[in-house]
Design a binder for this molecule. Structure first.
Ligand code: C2E
Ligand code: MG
Ligand code: MG
Ligand code: MG
Length: 292
């Protein structure tokens, strides 16, 4: 849309150039959406899981479920590409339902093997709060899979401005009353995350990776430390995303963060690899990073 707007502003000879590019992008989008619709109808996506670690003792702090899609011709498409398409083209409810069902089935399978996955977080687009049916949908999947409310966390991803904050808050509160934990994802990068902090019932704030990347830039420390102070005042848990180095870990730990999700500890991985990890941990292996 922005490209089209600019093209129109520029006018004249440059319009054709931009609009050709636009057509190609639009064609690709239509093609990707069609392929995604087919993949969703065939349950032909996958879910990977990324562990969270309590850095104080290397303890297991649950996982995040992350959708994966291998396009038949184009190979792996990153979720940052296709999740927004799903949101724009009416496929996000189907995508969300797929991930939730796959995750709950997986939790049940791990349990059946005597493994304890901890709480598993599923990303929920703010679009999925629009219909007002999320609580019932989650309830159905839990009943079908024998998984409990308190096995789940939902991470609200605010890719679009939340249209009905009060309605969303009511649904989140209903989930919490049943035992689901609620996190706000990518905190500090959205449209109005501070307003949501005041108005949405939240348990956890996930500090966006953008802050971690910028930790050694002069302006970052006061902002991150203020977010942490705010979280502490409001009694919210904090998870820091995207920690890749020991020094990032040490800085954030020094400021009072304990729970981390990042490549320094574990990458997102297929369910079978998680099973191996859970088996190893049950046998007593530690997960503290050994150094850069
Ligand atoms: P997110 O929910 O903030 O998930 C964290 C992203 O950061 C994941 O990217 C993860 O692989 C990546 N990450 C974690 N640790 C590190 C690190 O140390 N370094 C780097 N460079 N990256 C790290 P991924 O899987 O590509 O997902 C991107 C985004 O797509 C997610 O961001 C989320 O907004 C969206 N997404 C993924 N799965 C789903 C889903 O099932 N439903 C919805 N609605 N959105 C999803
Ligand atoms: Mg997330
Ligand atoms: Mg995030
Ligand atoms: Mg993100």
């Amino acid at each position: 849309d922005v490209a089209m707007y600019r093209a129109k502003q520029d006018g004249g000879g440059r319009f054709a150039l931009y609009s050709d590019g636009m057509n190609e992008a639009a064609r690709e989008e239509v093609e990707l959406v069609a392929a995604l619709r087919i993949a969703l109808a065939a349950d032909a996506l996958d879910v990977h899981y990324q562990p969270r670690i309590d850095a104080r003792d290397g303890g297991w702090a649950g996982m995040e479920a992350l959708v994966r899609w291998q396009h038949p011709q184009r190979g792996w498409i990153p979720p940052a590409r296709f999740v927004p398409l799903a949101e724009r083209h009416g496929l996000i409810d189907a995508l969300g339902a797929f991930v939730l069902r796959a995750t709950c089935r997986r939790i049940a399978a791990w349990r059946a093997q005597g493994l304890e996955p901890g709480r598993v977080a599923v990303n929920v687009s703010s679009e999925q709060l629009r219909a007002g049916t999320l609580v019932d949908e989650i309830g159905r999947v839990l009943q079908e899979t024998g998984v409990g409310w308190s096995d789940l966390e939902i991470e609200i991803t605010e890719s679009l401005l939340i249209a009905d904050v009060d309605g969303s808050a009511r649904q989140l509160q209903a989930l919490r009353e049943r035992g689901v934990s609620v996190a706000i994802d990518d905190f500090g990068t959205g449209y109005s995350a501070l307003a949501y902090l005041a108005r949405l019932p939240l348990d956890t704030i996930k500090i966006d990776r953008a802050f971690v990347i910028a930790l050694d830039e002069p302006g970052t420390a006061p902002v991150v430390r203020s977010i942490l102070a705010l979280a502490s005042t409001l009694g919210k848990h904090v998870v820091t995303e995207g920690v890749e180095t020991q020094s990032q870990l040490h800085v954030m730990q020094g400021w009072g963060c304990d729970v981390f999700q990042g490549y320094l500890f574990h990458r997102p991985m297929p369910a079978d690899d998680i099973r191996d990890l859970l088996v190893a941990r049950r046998a007593g292996a530690a997960a503290l990073p050994s150094g850069d």
